[in-house]
Design a binder for this molecule. Structure first.
Ligand code: FAD
Length: 487
């Protein structure tokens, strides 16, 4: 996508003189990588499906250093790939494969700057690992609720740049909802200090929101002031069986009325997800005696005592049984049992990876449309690709389904892989017809870049392009990501 790129190393003497040496003078030897082997882990995506190549990785230790490096890039027209924990799933944090960019990594910017317990905010450098923020908040009796499978290695700058969701978004919102202020280095090297710890601020446009979910295309986030919440004192976890996505949605409606704000997690899974998770991980067990077609993994959390909270979940479960929305279920009686239930959900993606070619979709539709989406997509794919195995799981409460059908059992993996564009088209056209989005959580990156114009109106594309040009007229920030023809 975009204009042809120029390799930075075609004129290596010039690159050394104009970029490498000025950058070295700013960040010192510790802040640089130029050795291909040392850079390699930062070049490859978590799923191994993207790999890039750059002549230089810069790891500034402070906002001032990072801003000075970006100023060098602006002066010399050097394209930049911002990188956090490199756990993104869309190829957005990998450079292209041809030495046309440099990577700026925030891994050395990892200070907790301040905690304000009266204001319930924490201010952190962009490179702080998500789990560190959770643990720091917890040590102060507070909750930072953003939670996802990659939390031990993803960084808050990456979480904000992808507007990460995760398993608790139903209650606490996506990353966007948890930000009070940002500090950003703009593509020309200036620093915008928007680190205001305010919950109310109507003085003009809410500029921080532009950088959240921008996938590093408008500037580099260097710090954030994040909102903290009260730490729940009780939680309960259940594994429930239901007949279909429609009955799951019906029970969700009842559960919201009975359990209100306390629902943090409402994950839907079809039986095949459970089977495959168990097949590939001996530690995973089905806690129910009978087989069912669909399941819900539910978690609730609140202030107060444990027993009344569990009793509320039990009452909602029993109401579901009485009304035919649920067929069976169990409520964890210990932290160990709760962990066992969570493992089933967590084991689904890994089990799927080992089953052959699969087609990953991270879509969202209105919650009311989830049953229709799954039914229509299953029928359309089965008609076109006999033997294809349906594999749907995800955040039902947010209407965010990871709809990841798997190739027919025993079929040729390469052949099935070649069907990907057509499978995407079928699935995403149904999503669009139902008023949904082709990416609910993971973003566009390079993975969906060529699909975007089909699903956004000309007006929306034009607004996005204008914003990009306004912030980054040289198209230096993560080129070839998010916007197909920004260059
Ligand atoms: P990176 O991968 O390094 O970068 C992601 C994007 O942000 C790139 O475009 C990059 O250029 C940009 N970027 C990074 N840092 C900055 C910065 N400081 N300023 C500007 N731009 C920047 N995602 C979810 O939403 N929900 C999930 O439940 C979820 N589960 C996951 C489970 C696993 C096992 C894995 C591997 C990934 C999962 N993800 C999930 C995807 C991924 O973890 C998130 O997208 C995460 O937010 C990325 O953070 P990161 O620090 O690794 O960013």
């Amino acid at each position: 996508a975009g204009r042809p790129r120029r390799s930075l190393t075609t004129d290596s003497a010039r690159f050394a003189r104009e970029v490498l040496e000025p950058v070295r003078a700013i960040v010192g030897e510790r802040g640089l990588l130029t050795d291909r082997d040392a850079m390699q882990p930062l070049m490859v995506a978590w799923r191994d499906n993207w790999e890039g190549r750059v002549p230089l990785v810069v790891m500034p230790a402070s906002t001032e250093e990072l801003a000075a490096v970006v100023a060098v890039c602006a002066r010399t027209g050097t394209p930049i790939v911002p990188q956090g924990g490199n756990t993104g799933l869309t190829g957005a944090s990998q450079p292209h494969g041809d030495d046309t960019e440099i990577v700026i990594s925030t891994r050395r910017m990892n200070r907790i700057r301040a905690i304000d317990l009266d204001n319930d905010t924490i201010t952190v450098d962009a490179g702080v690992v998500l789990q560190t923020i959770q643990e720091t908040a917890r040590a102060q009796g507070r909750l930072f609720p953003l939670s996802l499978g990659a939390e031990g290695s993803c960084q808050i700058g990456g979480n904000l740049s992808t507007n990460a969701g995760g398993v608790q978004a139903l209650r606490y919102g996506t990353a966007r909802a948890l930000v009070a202020g940002l500090e950003v280095v703009l593509p020309d090297g200036r620093v915008w200090d928007g680190l205001r710890g305010l919950r109310k601020d109507n003085a003009g446009y809410d500029l921080k929101q532009l950088f959240i979910g921008a996938e590093g295309t408008l500037g580099i986030i260097t710090a954030a002031t994040l909102k903290l919440l009260p730490l729940p004192t009780a939680s309960a976890t259940a594994f429930l069986a239901t007949a279909s996505p429609a009955t799951a949605v019906a029970w969700l409606r009842r559960a919201k009325a009975l359990l209100g704000e306390s629902i943090t997690t409402m994950e839907l899974m079809e039986r095949r997800c459970v089977d495959i998770a168990m097949r590939h991980n001996g530690a995973i067990r089905d806690p129910l005696a009978d087989r069912h077609d669909w399941y819900l993994m539910v978690e609730i959390a609140d202030q107060g005592e444990q027993a009344p909270l569990e009793a509320r979940l039990l009452a909602a479960f029993e109401a579901g049984l009485e009304n035919g929305e649920l067929l069976d279920g169990t409520i964890a009686a210990s932290a160990e049992q709760a962990a066992g239930i969570r493992r089933i959900r967590e084991g689904a993606p890994e089990g799927q990876r080992l089953e052959g070619a699969s087609y990953k979709h991270d879509v969202s539709v209105p919650v009311s449309q989830v049953p229709r989406f799954i039914a229509e997509a299953d029928a359309a794919l089965a008609a076109r690709f006999p033997g294809i195995r349906s594999f749907a799981f995800g955040h039902l409460g947010d209407g965010n389904i990871h709809y990841n059908p798997i190739q027919a059992e025993g079929g040729d993996k390469d052949l099935w892989q070649s069907f990907l564009p057509e499978v995407n088209l079928i699935v995403h056209d149904i999503v669009a017809r139902l008023g949904g989005s082709i990416t609910a959580e993971h973003g566009i990156g390079r993975l969906r870049i060529n699909e975007v114009p089909r699903y956004k109106s000309a007006v929306e594309m034009e607004m996005m392009r204008r914003l990009k040009r306004c912030f980054d007229p040289q198209n230096l920030m993560n080129p070839g990501k998010l916007l197909p023809d920004a260059g």
